[in-house]
Design a protein around this ligand. Structure first.
Ligand code: NAP
Length: 377
């Protein structure tokens, strides 16, 4: 296992951090977490050198912290740092923040949390956290030793990220990043900004939730043609670890083989390791993914709101994403929301308001029907 610097904090952590969000059910297909399996996966990772474990109050129907707490008995707690999170939805004042943190400490069976994060914030959520006094609370808890570092995880546009990062003296930040997300969310610009400020960056969704683990044919052909043979997972992690700003790359693993594979990969990677040819391969791989795009919708939302309630950019986003990653659109979270909200193309009356507003001049009316036919047909 390689260990990496945590920016200005003056500590090191394992390059591979175990995400505790994706442990699945028992072999029976039960949706309830298979506790014994999860505990054994966590201990396997720690025995292999992992020192960074990421969980959150809400993960796995609020059972993830409890299972992690059990896994960290028998001396394992002293060998690792724990990151967990405060969800905005559950706190409205200082008393509730205190109660939530105390509950987390109890579930994790520890007297302190190393990295405490405001969970999944954007500008709006940060303003909310400020309005209920969360920064003061985090400062006080740090002084009392209940948390070591005050942090946030981020989902939102780069502008929000820049604002939040400069708005407080954060110790660490967690962002979604992988070779397909260089211009999405915080993106490369955000990673570099954090690096300039000395704020360590922890990565989530390094494999896009597993989607980058199974390359479609045109992408696999590029990997196969490269003189050095590596799996898509290894290429994705190697590319991430090439960035010096990154402290830890989280990966959620469901099987011991995945833990072992990741332990092997993270033993070989460090900042600046990729050659020019390797970097070009990843550029080509990205272009090969993008070439699978179905429609040039940029998600600018000029077409919205649709007078009849069709989620035009949402439908095109699912269409593109499922084509890019060879994934089942019916399993897509965005698709589930579209169906739940009834924002489907059958509501379209072809009024043309969207096409008149689209800066990309897309033939939205026809493309919506084509997208729906391909995805749901
Ligand atoms: N704060 C937030 O808002 C937030 C949001 C998302 C995630 N997170 C955290 O970040 C962690 C990492 O995110 P993630 O779980 O989405 O990570 P990820 O690495 O992008 O995806 C994890 C998935 O990749 C697959 N995988 C992992 N290692 C593999 C290997 N060696 N070979 C083949 N497949 C492999 C598994 O998919 P299969 O299960 O399909 O095999 C696994 O479930 C989470 O567990 C969570 O702790 C936080």
């Amino acid at each position: 296992m390689k260990y990496r610097e945590f920016g200005k904090l003056g500590i090191q952590g394992s390059a591979f951090g175990l995400g505790c969000m994706r442990f699945n059910g028992a072999a029976s297909g039960d949706s309830v977490i298979d506790e014994q399996k999860a505990i054994s996966l966590i201990r396997r990772a720690i025995d292999g050198g992992v020192t960074y474990l990421d969980t959150a109050y809400v993960y796995l129907d609020k059972t993830s912290e409890t299972v992690l707490g059990k896994a960290l008995r028998d001396g394992y707690r002293d060998r690792v740092t724990i990151a967990t999170k405060m969800p905005m939805e559950y706190v409205h004042n200082r008393e509730e923040m205190q109660a939530l943190l105390d509950e987390e400490l109890k579930k994790l069976q520890t007297d302190h949390i190393d990295f405490y994060l405001m969970h999944g914030i954007n500008r709006e959520k940060w303003e909310y956290f400020k309005s209920i006094g969360a920064p003061q609370f985090f400062d006080d808890m740090k002084r009392e030793g209940k948390i070591r570092y005050k942090c946030f995880s981020f989902h939102g546009p780069y502008e929000d990220f820049e604002f939040i990062l400069n708005d407080w003296d954060w110790d660490m930040v967690q962002i979604q990043y992988n070779f397909m997300d260089v211009e999405n969310q915080a993106g490369t610009k955000g990673l570099e900004l954090a690096g300039r400020l000395g704020i360590p960056v922890v990565i989530m969704e390094g494999l896009l939730g597993g989607r980058l683990a199974n390359a479609p044919e045109n992408v696999q052909a590029l990997y196969d043609a490269f003189p050095v043979k590596r799996s898509p997972v290894e290429w994705a992690f190697r590319w991430l670890c090439n960035h010096p700003q990154i402290a830890t790359v989280l990966s959620g693993c469901n099987e011991p083989e995945q833990i072992d594979d990741n332990l092997r990969i993270f033993d070989t990677v460090e900042p600046g390791i990729m050659t020019a040819d390797e970097l070009k391969l990843i550029d080509d791989v990205r272009a090969a993914y993008v070439s699978r795009t179905k429609i040039g919708c940029t998600g600018c939302r000029y077409c919205m709101p649709c007078p009849n309630g069709v989620d035009i950019p949402g439908i095109f986003a699912v269409w593109n994403s499922s084509a890019l990653y060879n994934a089942d659109p019916k399993e897509n979270f965005g698709m589930k929301m579209i169906l739940k909200n009834g924002a489907t193309p059958d509501k379209c009356v072809a009024c043309g308001a969207c096409e008149a507003a689209c800066p990309q001049h897309l033939s939205i009316i026809g493309e919506l029907q084509r997208a729906w036919g391909e995805m749901m047909g």
